[in-house]
Design a protein around this ligand. Structure first.
Ligand SMILES: NC(=O)c1ccc[n+]([C@@H]2O[C@H](COP(=O)([O-])OP(=O)(O)OC[C@H]3O[C@@H](n4cnc5c(N)ncnc54)[C@H](OP(=O)(O)O)[C@@H]3O)[C@@H](O)[C@H]2O)c1
Length: 346
């Protein structure tokens, strides 16, 4: 069984790769099929090819909770048991050199770019289950994702898991993001032999720097109004993806799962979490969308990103991102990380 991850040098892709390469306690660790070097431009570091993953292999310092969670999920009879440990893990990326450390741990690293469909077919050769990580190219990712899907089908991939976003319905104020996810979902379902859609909620990690700045100044400027959302930790999204990829049962085939944080939070809840972490009162200042974007620019964000973040908070205000589930806990065996924890641990 061969599992592949696209975008493997990105933050989410790397987290998933780390989880699949980590050796859970008590696992057989049989990796007898890891000895060969393929003819697809793939690489493993000399000395490492085929070697069983040592239980002393370094773990990602930034993913301790997620690794423990996957270990737990792989426990006897738990969701996700069956594991990827006896399987090949293929990491597809535009930047193979950035994954030399994971190649040294036994991963097969292959060059692959969604803008190069022919090369992608080769990169996906022999892959059974694929995590297709959405790209960050907002202007062309509908085409990119379509090309990646078609390449996966041509290569004979059996199960495609796609990282989408909450509520990619028409009219969402962040249509420049959600429309591409909706189009990809619509292409995925008829194309892929088997599929799973992971609708990740908004990454809390992306907002932590802004929140910490607000805590430091004692003032949270927002246009989210009375809207609430369940911000999620990126490593929880990674743990869910890894659990599905490692699960041989197929129980998640044909499912669309909302992957969210543990609770819906409004601006007041966020302000309270910030105040608690900073040890000072944090005033909530509600502004309109233009003022929010201007505030973010003043805080150092590029104008286009500031407009996107403001639109995202408008979507929260208008109730587009109110999904909340226990998917993280159900698939990993431990609760999703709350924002308050992320504020202190990053
Ligand atoms: N839910 C949310 O709140 C939220 C927030 C931000 C982003 N996202 C989405 O989640 C994805 C993963 O997040 P992240 O934090 O890991 O992003 P990231 O660290 O910025 O990584 C960007 C990703 O896009 C991939 N990529 C870009 N161009 C590509 C191409 N031509 N072909 C193949 N892959 C390409 C990169 O892969 P390589 O460099 O390895 O080729 C990398 O995995 C993002 O790309 C975005 O679609 C979601």
């Amino acid at each position: 069984m061969t599992i592949a991850i696209t975008g493997a040098s990105g933050r989410l892709g790397r987290l998933v790769a780390e989880l699949l390469l980590a050796d859970p306690p008590g696992s057989p660790g049989s990796v007898g099929s890891r000895g060969s070097v393929g003819a697809l431009g793939e690489s493993r570091v000399p000395g490492a090819p085929g070697a069983p993953r040592a239980s002393s292999a370094p773990r990602a310092a930034d993913t301790p909770g997620a690794i423990e969670a996957l270990d737990a999920a792989r426990g006897a009879g738990a969701p996700g048991s069956g594991g990827a440990l006896a399987e090949d893990v293929v990491l597809v990326t535009r930047r193979p050199a950035a994954l030399a450390d994971l190649a040294a741990r036994g991963a097969i690293v292959r060059a692959g770019d969604f803008d190069d469909p022919a090369g992608l077919v080769a990169a996906f050769a022999g892959v059974d289950r694929l995590l297709l990580v959405s790209t960050d190219a907002l202007d062309r990712r509908v085409v990119q994702h379509r090309q990646a899907l078609e390449a996966a089908v041509r290569a004979g991939v059996g199960h495609v898991v796609y990282t989408s976003l909450s509520n990619p319905a028409p009219g969402n104020p962040v249509g420049e993001v959600t429309d591409a996810h909706r189009s990809t979902e619509e292409a995925l379902v008829p194309l892929a032999p088997r599929w799973t859609i992971l609708r990740n909620a908004t990454y809390a990690d992306a907002l932590v720097p802004l929140w910490l700045a607000a805590a430091a100044r004692g003032r949270l400027v927002t246009n989210q109004g009375d809207g609430r959302t369940a911000w999620v930790a990126r490593d929880d999204c990674a743990a869910v993806a890894a659990a599905i990829l490692a699960d041989a049962s197929g129980r998640h085939v044909g499912q669309t799962l909302d992957v969210t944080g543990p609770s819906l939070m409004g601006a007041a809840d966020l302000g309270a979490a910030l105040a608690s972490g900073a040890g000072r009162h944090v005033v909530i200042e509600q502004v309109d969308d233009d003022a929010m974007a201007a505030h973010l620019v003043a805080d150092g964000l590029p104008a286009d990103r500031a407009r996107l973040v403001a639109a995202w908070h408008r979507a929260i205000r208008e109730g587009w991102f109110t999904q909340r589930t226990d998917v993280v806990e159900e698939l990993t065996g431990r609760p999703a990380r709350p924002v308050a924890t992320l504020l202190t641990t990053g």
